[in-house]
Write a protein that binds this ligand. Sequence first.
Ligand code: SAM
Length: 277
Amino acid sequence: MNKGEGSKTAVAAAMLRAAHQLLDGPHKLLADPVVLRLLGTEAIEWILANQQYYFLPGILAMRTHIVLRSRYAEDCLKVACKEGIRQYLILGAGLDTFAFRQPDWAKELQIIEADHPASQQNKKERLDKAALSMPSNLHFLETDLESLELQLALNSPLIDYHKPVFVACLGVLIYLSPQSIANLFRWAGGLPQGSQLVFTASFNTESRNSLLADKAAKAGEPWISYFSMPELEARLIECGFDHIELLTPAIAEEQYFKGAHLVLPPPRRTSIVKAVI
Ligand SMILES: C[S@@+](CC[C@H](N)C(=O)[O-])C[C@H]1O[C@@H](n2cnc3c(N)ncnc32)[C@H](O)[C@@H]1O
């Protein structure tokens, strides 16, 4: 990533969530009016003027993935919140908007958005421009997930390490080195019992040669880390997780797409994982 500018792929992901608001008809997988404000008029006009691009098969599949991962994480968070979790840590939050459209059930949460300082700065500028004020339960934490001492990087008084934490890490691992991912899993696996990690991981090595991989590399954020499922499960168990759930295409279709009249096609691959300690 260009450390002076902030993440371009965070903006690209937000553009796909915005396209979902603008182009996918009345039935939404994720209703997110805030993302349109964060991106602003120019971006909205660009999406509306380039609708064909957003319906290319690869872009459509990526839109499903990006919208679904947020919806799934927020659904899991809702259940965790009902069970008493009060801390929501979003690693590599980018232009995530949950904190700005939080439902009543989230009001008792402390929400911590951890991201690279440059990406966070970019978000703050967008928030100012959109006249969106910070909710009182939202905190920003500058973090470099490539830092060797992840625990120190995340060692913040904002997080109470005696209580369970719900951690989301969406669209981030693919950019991190294997060593940083190992550190992250070890750190997350050491969180108190009841903590949860919802994350995305790429199992599809063929995607290295896709249009989107090429775009990410050109943006200075190459896709570098891929997993096999057995390897991922073994690593998570070794790090202290004891319940690992994959959002398979069949489950996703049943849970989110069947009868929902969505324009978005259901996912064809598994890439969203929930791991519980
Ligand atoms: C593709 S974006 C995903 C953003 C968001 N999670 C979403 O779903 O829209 C990747 C995010 O990871 C963050 N990121 C990448 N490498 C990072 C690092 N070494 N430390 C902290 N954040 C990093 C970027 O700043 C960016 O916000």
